[in-house]
Design a protein around this ligand. Sequence first.
Ligand SMILES: Nc1ncnc2c1ncn2[C@@H]1O[C@H](COP(=O)(O)OP(=O)(O)OP(=O)(O)O)[C@@H](O)[C@H]1O
Ligand SMILES: [Mg+2]
Length: 249
Amino acid sequence: MSDLLAVSDLSVCFGDRAAARDVSFVMGRERVGIVGESGAGKSMLGRAIMGLLPPGAAMTGRVRFDGADFSPEMRGKRIALVLQDPRFSLNPAMPVGAQIAEVLRAHRSLSARNAETEALRLLDAVRIRDAEQVYRRYPHQLSGGMGQRAMIAMMLAPDPDLLIADEPTSALDASVAGGILSLLDAEVARRGMGILLISHDLDLVATFCDRVMVMKDGEIVETLPARDLAAAQHSYTRQLLAARLKLEA
Ligand SMILES: Nc1ncnc2c1ncn2[C@@H]1O[C@H](COP(=O)(O)OP(=O)(O)OP(=O)(O)O)[C@@H](O)[C@H]1O
Ligand SMILES: [Mg+2]
């Protein structure tokens, strides 16, 4: 069986500065975390996999998805990306419910009425209270946390095989974040979706993921089972763990 995602020698450069350097890894329908300090290149790696880099970024290397070279047609439908900042993913000129319904009609060929019902169900599933009302709101009428949840609903709408989630719960309080992670967990279990979870939160990744990749200055310096994270031996990973304890103290 081919891997769900195979990344080889992926580099992202801004001029002569590398944001990601010779990154290679494979993953299946599992939960893989990427951790590393701010600026390590986590977001650029996630965006490079989707071919969605900011202007000025040059990418080299190869991304294969489910046995084929990545192509832009896979975007959204088979691989979805939850961006760190939802404001860049939601269309400001359209109510959120209509956006989700549009995705459902396009990718899952639902009728208008069924798309609306399913969009409401998704908003409810991402723990949005009063989904009926939020359905009709424009993105600027949502709080940051609500926008993040609306985006997660939109990204799950086409039933992707792989979800790349860049700090998907950073704007949410702990109980809502926990609810979103259980929802993602259920999707992994229900139909074998793969998740690449980018997060600076080592505890969250240790609890939620199967494996963790540790990124430093654009490179993956260590990959380990998530349950072994707290006992990691690599000096950089130990530094990250120590920094976390300092913040908690
Ligand atoms: N548009 C850009 N132009 C130039 N350099 C950029 C741009 N976006 C990111 N970079 C650089 O790429 C490197 C990696 O950035 P990236 O956003 O991937 O970090 P990150 O690990 O996601 O950090 P954070 O945890 O803060 O989100 C950084 O050094 C950053 O300065
Ligand atoms: Mg980032």
